[in-house]
Write a protein that binds this ligand. Sequence first.
Ligand code: ADP
Length: 310
Amino acid sequence: MKIGIVGSGMVGSAAAYAMALRGSASEIVLVDRNADLASAHAQDISHAVPFADPMVVRAGDYADLAGAGIVVISAGVNQQPGETRLALLGRNAAVFREVVGALMKVVPDAIYLVASNPVDLMTYAVQRFSGLPTERVIGSGTILDTARFRVLLGDYLGIAPSSVHAYVLGEHGDSEVAVWSSAMAGNVPIAEFATQTGQHLTDEKRSEITDAVRNAAYTIISGKGSTYYGIGAGLARIVEAIAGDERAVLSVSTVTEEVEGVNAVPLSLPRIVGAKGIMAELRPDLDEGERAALRKSAETIAGLKGAIDS
Ligand code: ADP
């Protein structure tokens, strides 16, 4: 499948690199307002192709995206140290109005995969500005927070993150909800697994892990300016689920009809992702605290939609 990437900065290029190494696509076209940057990344990444499966990696402009099955939007301005993702909203909405307008003229039939932050609201913006059905406008959402949660839980419990079945839902940001109540190690509830293996999953430990997941981006940004490898791999994973019609369950964002009494809100739930984009959503059992936290997260995001509607 041909993949377009609009915004070939750190996140866009990391996504292209992950796709090249994983063989997620047959062709990748990098577009950026800075054409030299897109061209340099395309050349650099294409030099990794001989070490992976054959594919074409090139730079282009909007016209070169014709025929793309998926367009990743990772354009925008960078999150500054200490800046919340939500504070980025105003700056990125203006960029998106222009980008989506240009894309609709060339690739109205693609599935859109949004990565720019604040990602839930930028997903809402793409859906609003494009008028596309919600199942074809997917935000990377909490795919990365879910990965971070699994890494930290796996590290603590001494098992592979891929054997931890646990999700972060809601906003990709400060109000996100790590769902502990249904987290499993293999098919054993994690609290039970910890007891069986003589470990202690105390409330303090849980809070420590939840906080580390929530603050991961801030920690990385203070050390190296921005985060891109993790999200790049997450974007490649979503692309594969669509290109291969995998029907994989991934925590991704889209405009959701109703969540905990909040209507038309973009946020992450576990969703089935395949050739048509989002094919269904899962509604996990949540305990009372998690439900309240998810409602608060939904309300937080919904309260900012006005900045895009106006
Ligand atoms: P991130 O870490 O989120 O990837 P970067 O600043 O590295 O942030 O990348 C964002 C990219 O988006 C930059 O390369 C920038 O040139 C690009 N960009 C910004 N506005 C537009 C636009 N209107 N069209 C295409 N690319 C854009």
